[in-house]
Every structure is written in structure tokens, then in C-alpha cells.
Design a protein around this ligand. Sequence first.
Ligand code: ZN
Length: 141
Amino acid sequence: MKIENLYRQIIMEHYKNPLNKGLLSDADYLLIKMHNPSCGDDVTVQLKVEDNIIKDIRHDGVGCSICCSSASVMSEVLKGLSKEEAIKIAENFIDMVMNKEFNPNYLKGDMQAYSGVRTFPARVRCATLAWVAALKGLKEG
Ligand code: ZN
């Protein structure tokens, strides 16, 4: 199987069966909303950080398969990490998708499936939206 097809399958699997999807009505969670006007994606990320550890991440929204699946991967990868680790990994993912220099050692879970997005500049914002939301929450919260 070609690697592109494998990556597409991983993305479709997260799109159909997203992990950690659905927001909680819990005031302990930090809420970050992001919008991507070029594609119409809307993502809301909920973060719960305790003792510097990400205890939980939720996400919800409507958007294309790349955006929604990427939110699922983000929640799976970052949950349980320290704030510093999570920031490093999220920044590294964004660098990879934006075709900047990145460190493959910081690619976890299914993050690599989005490596091909760099050849489609119009979809970069789709892939990074949930990660940018999480970063914002981690840096401000
Ligand atoms: Zn999109």
C-alpha cells in the first residue's frame, strides 16, 4: 500500500470515529474557539490542566475531514502530557504541516499522517486549527 493511502485511511478513521469528541459542561475546563474562514471549519477545544499536566482535552465543531480528524489526533496525543511537552509537540506538528524544519522525534500517535498536507497550502489551516487552539490554551491558561 502506498504511504499516502495509509495516511488517508488514518485520517478518515479519525474523522468517522473521533476520539475525545463532545464538550463537557464543566467550569474547570478552559474553552478556546477557532474558525478557519477559507474552509469554513469551526473548532472548539476544551482543556483541563491540573498540576501542570493535561488531565483532559475535548473538542467539538464542524469542518472538513482534515480539520476534524486532526482535532481527534491532537486530543489523543496531548492528553496526559505536561504543559511544556504538549507545547513542544504541538509547535512541532504545526512546523511540519507548514513545511518548516521539524523534529521527527516529536511526532507521536498518528501525527505523521498529516505530513502530506504541506503540499496543499490551502489545507494547512485545516490541519493546524485544533493544534493552534490547544497551544493558545496552554500558553494563556
Ligand atoms: Zn478544512
